[in-house]
Design a protein around this ligand. Structure first.
Ligand code: F6P
Length: 343
């Protein structure tokens, strides 16, 4: 089988581990071949591709980013995406596609699969907000990076008797904030699933300081929102090809509000793309590798329109359309546990 592979959407630690696993498992079959499309769906639309083999995918297991490059291209934005993709697949004699991506890339994959294109999806996102899988690779690495940063911010907050607001990624779901906040001992965690009241946040901080603590750590998801729509928002007017506003900067507003309302000196740090860069953790390398091998095995078995997924400790196949239908939001129980430690 001649399989095409691509990486779309935001990059994510572990993408190269999937690519390597796809290639290594595909080439076990004597007639196996893997074609890598560059820059996500853009590479498919423009026929920008490279044949992948054991040599040109060697030494990439531990490397962050993606050797194929990535974009947020939407083949359906300006026309009949299915026809455009099919034309290139036919011309290049590609039997099946393995897109590695989040809700947007796999949303495109799901439409193509519904139109009869042979597809097996691989879920990735540091945000961990894809339904259909317990965990996406990249999440574990992002949480570790954020936790390391919170540990460092703790010592400087303590030394200066300051409140520090740490902004992490998480557009629709607060997984990174909840996990890194729990791991880093945050005093307040703000997530998109639980719109916040700024007065309540400040009360918690004041209560904590009144009980003798001299500093506080607030972890906030970029997509967190105030309950009353009080204008604390960071969505820019710019949108990508899938209509998402660019987020980032809520910590700037929180820094000002918290300092003004509590009188405590406050600083903010936005971790941003640091969370997506660099070496994947061992956990993410293993998960990504299992997903890559699982995707080729699904293709060999003709399980089109599915997505590889982690359920418990098993790699299973789930329906791609169902997996991308709704985002996977933070579980209440996890946030309730984190709340036990709030100021
Ligand atoms: O991959 C998802 C994500 O990390 C979101 O949390 C964030 O809003 C977005 O990517 C930012 O992506 P970029 O700035 O690279 O387009």
């Amino acid at each position: 089988m001649r399989v095409g592979v691509l990486t779309g959407g935001g990059d994510c630690p572990g993408l190269n581990a999937v690519i390597r696993a796809v290639v290594r498992r595909a080439l076990v079959e004597p007639d196996g071949a893997v074609i890598g499309f560059r820059h996500g769906w853009a590479g498919v639309l423009h026929g920008d591709l490279v044949e992948l083999d054991a040599q040109n995918t060697a030494g990439i297991l531990h490397r962050g980013g993606t050797i194929l490059g990535t974009t947020r291209t939407n083949p359906y934005k300006d026309g009949d995406g299915t026809a455009l993709v099919r034309e290139v697949l036919d011309r290049e004699r590609i039997d099946a596609l393995i897109p590695i991506g989040g809700e947007d890339t796999l949303g495109v994959a799901s439409r193509l699969a519904a139109d009869g294109v042979k597809i097996v999806g691989v879920p990735k996102t540091i945000d961990n907000d894809l339904a259909g899988t317990d965990v996406t690779f990249g999440f574990h690495t992002a949480v570790q990076i954020a936790t390391d940063a919170i540990d460092r911010l703790h010592t400087t907050a303590e030394s200066h008797n300051r409140v520090i607001v740490v902004e992490v990624m998480g557009r629709e779901a607060g997984w990174i904030a909840a996990y890194s906040g729990l791991a880093g001992g945050a005093d307040v965690i703000l997530v998109p699933e639980r719109p916040f009241d700024i007065d309540e946040v400040c009360e918690r901080i004041k209560r904590r300081h009144a009980s003798g603590r001299t500093f506080s750590i607030v972890v906030v998801s970029e997509g967190a929102m105030p309950r009353d729509g009080s204008g604390i928002t960071t969505a820019s007017a710019k949108t990508d090809a899938f209509g998402h506003a660019r987020l980032g900067g809520i910590a700037v507003e929180l820094e000002r509000e918290i300092e003004d309302r509590t009188g405590f000196e406050t600083r903010m740090t936005i971790l941003g793309h640091v969370q997506r860069g660099g070496t994947p953790t061992a956990y993410d390398r293993v998960l990504a590798t299992r997903f890559g091998v699982g995707a080729i095995e699904a293709a060999d078995a003709g399980r089109w329109g599915t997505m590889v997924s982690l359920r418990g400790t098993d790699i299973v196949l789930v329906d791609l359309a169902e997996a991308v239908a709704e985002p996977k939001l933070l579980e209440d129980a996890l946030y309730d546990t984190a709340e036990v430690f709030f100021g």
